[in-house]
Ligand binder design. Structure first.
Ligand code: ZN
Length: 403
């Protein structure tokens, strides 16, 4: 008996001594810089996935923790260039809060981190289980997308799952169509053209969950919705940033020579939808800016627009401002992605391509959420998504095709 107790005690101590960092799972990414078992300090940087865009996302499991004890997580910038000679600034991988989970389902923000003198963000975290997950933000990986689509399909008999494409890496890019193909209104909503922008998928989850609810019944009756939770599945699966991938990322791939099968497939479907029924609304969900508010990027030509086009874009932003109010209000005016300076490049962004390939009554915008706030939790992003749904209901209710 005593022997067994000793063994148990030994195993406990041993487990502590074998504090381990695990990254070989979906969405996992961390390069261990230092693991000091004695002080309970782990220092990581986002691992560079060569040619796969910004090294900003990190997500790992820590095993062998002692529940009740605090540990220290330090995050510093990847030092190697991700493209040409470009090294990513540390701020992109250093959110104010690390996001933590003991079971991988619910995520909560840690206490605010502090910057060390050698420019690492330092988070003090209390272990609540022997294995914990820590991440840059609330993760949303391909299996989450799959589960979400399964849930929605089970709730709505009229929903039909489809495979948009197989990625270059051979993984399925899944979507769901809700409503009659020949419905009077047609909508396309997608996210994660930039793999690290997990909040975009969280907004999408909030949206589609609202869309499947009773509140959206009238909207569903007159709309055919296509929804894609993750476009860049290859990079989301390996915890790569995706943004500014080589030779170009998904949101610069919308031309006649797309290199990503899922972009080509989306172009084809959108063209077909528009040719047969007219596309009313295209929305791409992004999550790029640290301290950005919630806002829409509108069409560059907005100020010069006239007629139905002008009316519809204006109605959209007005209705969004009235309906996207939690946890932050959406900005009541469009912003414009003026950092993209050439017409050619603007045309290769999804929203620009859709504008160029659809009609006068179509609106094509991107919804952008900031991430550097404890408000941007799964629930917080979800509220933005529900607000997006209500905006869409109000917009379609007015019939954007009216003269
Ligand atoms: Zn983006």
């Amino acid at each position: 008996m005593i022997q067994r107790l000793f063994l148990l005690l030994f195993m406990t101590l041993h487990a502590h001594a074998e504090w381990r960092v695990i990254t070989d799972f979906e969405g996992g990414n961390a390069e261990v810089v230092k693991l000091d078992q004695a002080s309970g300090t782990l220092r990581i940087m986002p691992a560079l996935r060569e040619g796969r865009g910004w090294p900003c996302w990190w997500f790992c499991k820590l095993d062998g923790l002692t529940p009740g004890e605090e540990f220290t997580l330090e995050v510093e910038a990847q030092t190697k260039p991700f493209r040409d000679k470009m090294v990513l600034a540390a701020a992109w991988c250093q959110p104010k809060h690390a996001w933590i989970s003991s079971e991988g389902q619910t995520w909560s923000p840690s206490d605010k981190g502090t910057l060390s003198t050698d420019k690492a963000m330092v988070y003090r975290i209390k272990a609540t289980a022997s294995q914990m997950r820590v991440a840059w933000g609330p993760p949303f990986v391909p299996s989450d997308a799959d589960k979400l689509l399964t849930d929605i399909a089970a709730r709505l008999p009229e929903a039909k799952r489809f495979e948009l494409a197989k990625t270059r890496g051979g993984l399925p890019v899944n979507g769901i169509r809700i409503g009659d193909e020949n419905a009077p209104h047609q909508v396309w909503i997608g996210s994660r053209q930039h793999a690290w922008e997990a909040g975009g998928s969280q907004v999408g989850r909030g949206f589609i969950t609202w869309y499947a609810s009773d509140e959206a019944k009238d909207l569903r009756a007159k709309t055919c919705l296509h929804y894609i939770p993750i476009m860049d599945v290859d990079n989301a699966a390996i915890g790569a940033g995706g943004k500014e991938a080589l030779p170009r990322d998904h949101n610069r791939d919308w031309d006649a020579n797309s290199i990503y099968p899922e972009v080509a497939a989306a172009q084809k479907m959108i063209r077909d939808i528009h040719a047969k029924h007219g596309l009313d609304v295209f929305i791409d969900l992004h999550n790029p800016g640290s301290d950005d508010p919630v806002f829409f990027f509108g069409p560059f030509a907005f100020e010069r627009m006239t007629g139905i086009q002008q009316r519809n874009y204006q109605r959209w932003i007005d209705l969004a401002a009235a309906n996207i109010i939690e946890p932050l209000k959406v900005q009541p005016k469009y912003r414009f992605a003026t950092y993209v300076t050439s017409e050619e490049e603007r045309g290769r962004m999804s929203s620009g391509w859709v504008r160029a390939n659809t009609g006068d009554s179509t609106i094509s915008v991107t919804l952008e959420t900031g991430w550097n706030s404890s408000l941007m939790s799964v629930g917080g992003y979800g509220k933005v998504g529900a607000g997006l749904g209500r905006s869409l209901a109000a917009y379609i209710e007015e019939n954007p095709r009216r003269e």
